[in-house]
Design a protein around this ligand. Structure first.
Ligand SMILES: [Cu+2]
Length: 137
């Protein structure tokens, strides 16, 4: 009984391994060229932005010195967090940015919108007030 289950599992595992291999090959052959083509097209198409904005946000208890960051579509944002007092993080959820003291995140802003950022480390009583906005036009 036990050995039958084992054999079944081994058979299943090898089928999965084979099919995983097969689908990987298919993916790289069919879908990735079009995906990378459209990505590079959208990155180079908007002539509006294209600048690199370097911003250092300084955090204290309990606020960011920069509460509004403005950028254009196509810009690259290099954002650095500096903690002057307290222990804070800076998170821009919609852009997958989450940096700690001294760290820099680089994001290409390819979509217009208002992106909220906030402190990502529970730092104390004023934690909820530590917010700001990145406005991409
Ligand atoms: Cu906090």
């Amino acid at each position: 009984m036990k050995s039958t289950v084992f054999i079944a599992l081994v058979a299943l595992a090898s089928v999965l391994a084979l099919s995983a291999c097969g689908s990987n090959n298919n993916d790289s052959a069919s879908s990735s060229p079009s995906a990378s083509a459209s990505a590079s097209a959208s990155a180079s198409a908007p002539a509006a932005g294209g600048e690199t904005k370097e911003i250092t946000v300084t955090a204290t208890n309990f606020q960011f010195d920069t509460q509004e960051i403005k950028a254009k579509v196509g810009d690259t944002l290099k954002i650095t967090l500096k903690n002057e007092s307290g222990v804070h993080g800076l998170e821009i959820k919609d852009l997958n940015v989450n940096i700690k003291n001294g760290e820099t995140a680089t994001v290409v802003l390819d979509k217009a919108g208002t992106y909220d950022f906030n402190c990502s480390i529970m730092c104390g009583t004023g934690h909820d007030n530590m917010t700001g906005q990145l406005i991409v036009e």
